[in-house]
Each structure stands twice: as C-alpha cells, then as structure tokens.
Design a protein around this ligand. Structure first.
Ligand SMILES: [Zn+2]
Length: 376
C-alpha cells in the first residue's frame, strides 16, 4: 500500500496514510450523521450530527492506528524490522520486514492487535455507560457507544482464522507449532483466507441482489481484497517451500567486484560497469567492512553531469539497511529480508564479517529454475 501522506512517528514507527482512507471517513461520517445518530439521539441540529460523525470517524482511525502500532511494537520486540504503518481503504497495514522466527513470536505479533481493539471496545463502552449515568448529552453517549461496538467488531472480524487477517496468522502459528512446518502452515492459513474471501464476495453480492443493500458492495470489495492478498501469501509460501534445503552459499555470486566508498560515480562506470556483467557493487571501507551497496539502478538515477563529482557513498544504500546473510543460512530465511533500498540484493558475510558474495534476484531465479533443484 503506497503512502500518500506522511503523518509522523508513533513509538518510533513511521505512520502514513493513503488517500483512500478518506473513503472510510466519508462512509462512517455519512452512516452515523444520517443514520445512527438521528435515531439514537433524536431532535438535534443536522450540523451537530455531522460534527459528531466526523469526530467519531477520526477517533475510529486512531483506534485502527493503535491496533496497527501494537502489531509493529510487538514485531520489533520479536526482532523484526518495521517499515511503517499505512492507513488506507480497508483499515491499516503494518509493513514488517522479515518473518517471525518462531510460532510463539508469530502468535504474539498477530494476537496483540485484536487484543488492543477489544480493550478499546471495553474502554469506549465503559465511557459510554459512565457518560450516560452522568447525564451527558445523548449524542456523546451514542458516539462513545458506537466506538465501543466498532472496536469489538474489529477485534472479532480480525480473529477470523483466515490469512491475511490476524486470526489467519494465529491459525498459522498454531499449525506451525503443531506440525513444525511453517510453509505448510502458511499455505493452509492462506487457503482459509481465500475461501473466506469468496464467502464474503458471495454474501455481499447476494445482499445487493436480494436486498438491494449498497453495503453488500463493500463486503464484496473486502472479500475481493482478501482473495487477492491470500493468493499472494499462498504463492509466497509455496515459493519458500520450493527453496527448502537451498543455502545462501548455493546461489550466491562469490568474490564480487567491490569499490571504495569515495570513488566518483563516473569512475565506477568507466572502470567496471563497461567491462563486467555485474550490476551490484558492495563498497568496502578501509577496514574491509561493508560501507554501503550501490546498484546500477541507483547509479542510473544520478544525473550525468553530477557523476564526476558525486561519490559512490552518496548514492549507496547505507550498510545497516543492506540485507546481510551468513554463508550457511537457508535462502528461505534471507528472502523476506531482501526488501528496502538494496534493490533486492543482499550481501553474504563470513564469520569475520567480510563480504564474500552477493545474492541478486537473478541468482535466486537461477537456483529455483535450475536443473539442479528440479531434476527432470
Ligand atoms: Zn491486526
């Protein structure tokens, strides 16, 4: 999900929003201001319903954000890197880099989100009850009550055991613990996600056809999104299964051409790019340690008139953001980390943290398609 507005940081996690989140705000505001509020708290001016609707929609977004931040924080505590949180059409997504190392970590990261939503549900319902007892305005009680209910709905919906919903991850963690096979567990959880997605599409369309209910379209749209997301997860897990048994050393390109960090960009082009087929160049500092990584794609982005003055370090992916792997590490463990600024490349380090190889997308496709791993 692409972020169109950057909102800031919460607990060190980057938070942004996609424009499509506005659809949620509009749907909720209209639904509350024109539907629920006039019913529950009759006799108020329309403008008050509208204001209460907008405020409730925004507080709901904050509740969503709390749910996602909890995923991100627990993921970080369990050793995963968090790229950020984006709010969009279907709620929020926390983008994590890498995968949980154990079923327990998988369970904690997935489970905390619905837990936070359920706690918020209790808090808002409690606040609604107290406001009601204290004789507060009916509109306030109605808004608090709706926020309580919607947070419970969020918790329960997310607990449905169908990936990519949180419940699907809980199912994956349970199957993983039970069978010891993470990939198979992921494939089953994503399969459940596809089935559930199709069920939602069916229910949504039936609602539109038989009851002329516009909200059925919304349900069908969510179902369609789930089918697609679950399909992608299934494919990914199947790909990982195909990589089982392959080690980083089986696929890496050994002894890569390295360059000095302060070499001008133009010199790298003249010296290496013209004469080698390499497209990835680790930069090594004076101590022989990794100082960054440049790729042809990054170099191409440098305007030709700055190539003589700019140093490689200026255009490199910084060393702490370059995915690194050990020689003997399973390739399937490295793959989920190969996002970020290194253009899908990773460096391979030996025990002394010296660069001994690189892994590029073409190395991986060669390994997966090569006859060595799929004998005819
Ligand atoms: Zn969640």
């Amino acid at each position: 999900m692409t972020e169109t507005v950057r909102l800031g940081r919460i607990a060190g996690v980057r938070v942004g929003a996609n424009w499509s989140v506005l659809a949620i705000v509009v749907l909720i505001t209209v639904g509350l201001a024109a539907g629920r509020f006039p019913l529950v708290a009759p006799g108020m001016p329309v403008v008050l319903y509208a204001i209460a609707g907008v405020v409730a929609a925004l507080v709901f977004l904050l509740s969503l954000l709390a749910h996602e931040v909890s995923h991100a924080v627990v993921a970080q505590r369990n050793g995963l890197a968090v790229e950020g949180i984006t709010l969009w059409l279907f709620g929020g997504v926390a983008s994590l880099r890498g995968e949980p190392a154990s079923p327990g970590a998988d369970l904690r990261i997935a489970g905390v989100g619905p837990l936070v939503s359920a706690v918020l549900g209790v808090v808002f319902l409690g606040a609604a009850a107290m406001a009601g007892l204290a004789g507060a305005a009916q509109l306030l009680v109605a808004a608090l009550g709706w926020l309580g209910v919607i947070n419970f709905v969020l918790a329960v919906f997310n607990l449905i055991p169908a990936a990519p919903l949180d419940g699907g991850r809980v199912l994956r963690a349970a199957l993983w613990r039970w069978s010891g096979d993470r990939q198979r567990a992921a494939i089953i959880a994503a399969g459940a996600g596809r089935v559930f997605g199709f069920v939602l599409i069916g229910l949504g369309l039936a609602q539109v056809v038989f009851f002329r209910g516009f909200s059925g379209l919304w349900l069908a749209l969510i179902g369609w999104f789930l089918v697609n997301a679950a399909g992608a997860e299934q494919q990914y897990a199947a790909g990982q299964q195909a990589l089982a048994g392959i080690r980083v050393s089986d696929v890496m390109s050994a002894d890569p051409v390295t360059a000095a960090p302060d070499l001008p960009v133009q010199q790298l082009l003249d010296r290496y790019v013209m004469h080698h087929r390499f497209s990835t160049f680790p930069l090594l500092g004076a101590d022989g340690r990794l100082a960054g990584l440049v790729t042809l794609d990054r170099i191409r982005q440098v305007p030709s008139d700055s190539r003589a003055s700019m140093r490689l370090l200026d255009v490199a992916c910084p060393p702490d953001e370059v995915p690194a792997a050990g020689v003997e590490e399973p390739l399937a463990d490295l793959l989920p980390r190969m996002a970020g600024c290194a253009d899908g490349r990773a460096v391979v380090l030996d025990g002394a943290r010296q660069v001994v190889g690189i892994v590029s997308p073409s190395d991986i496709s060669r390994a997966v398609q090569g006859p060595r791993y799929h004998p005819a």
